[in-house]
Structures are given as C-alpha cells and as structure tokens.
Design a protein around this ligand. Structure first.
Ligand SMILES: [Zn+2]
Length: 158
C-alpha cells in the first residue's frame, strides 16, 4: 500500500467560514507541507542522515543538526494523543458554533510527529486517547488563496 491509497476528501468545512487562511511562511519552509495537502498527500520532514521525522518544518534536523531535512510522504493514519472539546468562541465567526473537538494526533508512519486538527463527526461523542484515526483532506478551492486542512476521523472498523 502506498501512502496515497484510500485517502478521504471533502469540501465540507468542519468549522464556519471566516477563520484566518493558513499559508506557508514567506521563507517557503513549510510550503511542501501545505502544497502536499492540496494534492491529498501528507508531507513531513524525514532526515536522510539519521532517519528522524519532524514537524513543523525546520531548517535543521533537531536530532542530528543536519541541514535541510527533505520531505517524505507519509500515510494519513494516526492515533489520538490529546484532545479538547472547545465551547467558547476564540474567533468571531465561531460565535454560536460550539462545541467542536480539537485533537492532537501522532502519525503512525512518522514516530514522534504530532499534528493538530479537528475530530470530525459528533462533537459530543466520546474521544478516546490512543484510538486510530484517518486523515480527511478538507479542501477549500474557492478561498483566496486556496488551501487544504488535514482533519481526522475515527478509522472505520474492518
Ligand atoms: Zn537527523
């Protein structure tokens, strides 16, 4: 199985429109990550000197200090590391929207790499630390500039 098999895609937004649009920093360091999401791929840095995965992107490997760690594609599979059910609007466009669930997940194919996202589905459902989740590429093609978020949902039982 390649990392790109069986990806889930949606143009439905979990959160209301009006939140700030994520864009790569001006130095381009995180561009491979954001551009990868637009192509339904999860790209994280994978040091070719020592094999360490890291995210967010940095100019050096935090383990061995090698410069310019390259990006590798990893499968959008993870386990819930931490979570929060948010009730209070942290932005005007979230007024009256809550609750919603924010998760920190750890990628199964990139040990130690954790990412933030929303847990799709019923915001009042139980959230289980360690449960398997799969990435959902939430595309916003009409935004200026267009962008994609990586969201998460429980892996369907086999
Ligand atoms: Zn390294």
């Amino acid at each position: 199985m390649t990392p790109n098999d069986q990806v889930s895609i949606t143009e439905e937004s979990y959160l209301p429109a009006g939140l700030p649009i994520p864009v790569p920093e001006a130095d381009g360091l995180s561009a491979p990550f954001w551009n990868g999401l637009r192509e339904n791929r999860v790209m994280v840095q994978h040091c070719k000197e020592c094999g360490t995965f890291q995210h967010g992107p940095e100019w050096i490997c935090h383990h061995c200090h090698a410069f310019d760690p390259p990006f590798d594609q990893v499968a959008p599979r993870a386990r819930i590391f931490s979570w929060e059910r948010a009730w209070h609007p942290v932005h005007a466009c979230l007024n009256g929207h809550g609750p919603y669930v924010v998760v920190v997940v750890e990628l199964m194919g990139a040990p130690g790499v954790r990412m933030l996202g929303n847990l799709l589905g019923d915001p009042m459902a139980d959230v289980v630390i360690g449960a398997e989740v799969e990435g959902v590429f939430e595309h916003h093609p009409q935004a200026a500039p267009p962008f994609t978020l990586l969201q998460w949902r429980y892996t369907k039982s086999k």
